[in-house]
Write a protein that binds this ligand. Sequence first.
Ligand code: PGA
Length: 251
Amino acid sequence: MPKKLIAANWKENPKSEKEAIALFKTVSAVSSSRKVDVAICPPFIYLEKIASIRRKISLGAQDVFWEEKGAYTSEVGPKMLRSLGVEYVIIGHSERRKWLKETDAMINKKIKLALGDGLKVILCVGESLSVRKKGSGAARKFIERQLAKDLVGIPAAKLNPRNLVIAYEPIWAIGTGREDRPADAALMADVIKSFVAKKHHSRSRLLYGGSVNGKNIGDYVQYKNIDGALIGGASLRGQEFKKIINIVSKI
Ligand code: PGA
């Protein structure tokens, strides 16, 4: 089985560099395991410091802009991230879609530039509760529409399972403690992988995200087509995150 990937999305946490370093040190004590890839995505402001103390752990950013440089106040381009040793970038997280009104067209531009500059993209997709309540067919249609818009115009030659990671994160499961049924997540993983194969003639890695923790991680990653997890809340609890890594490295 190919190596699983566990990515930590720290979001807007923690509040100081000192706490960020302490959290990173706790996590990196076990995360040097070779059996699982680990990526930590801290806020931009901590990237440089963490880059200087990390060893085997990969570094990810939580966002990127669609222009390399210029008069775009506060934005950060892919080349800037690469210059710090950043390998992954999360694009299209549902919190950015909601709070920053990020659209699929913006996400598509970001993915194109990030891939072009050699970043590995973790593209987040996921349906809302109102869509899910209409049934799994509606959820599937929603996800396929999202993928079609987010990946439009990206040729097969630009995509491969190393640089395209799709995180399926049902919005109603994020930070709520409300877990998706692992079998349903695995079905959606199939839908997403088939879509990428059919429309983009490529393969992608697939992460599940949404209230993943030390208790339920095994239930998700036991599925062959779930290649790991994108973890928010539990990644801020060092010991719990270590537990997750340990469980996944034994699968
Ligand atoms: P959560 O967040 O693990 O806290 O649900 C996941 C995410 O938003 O990526």
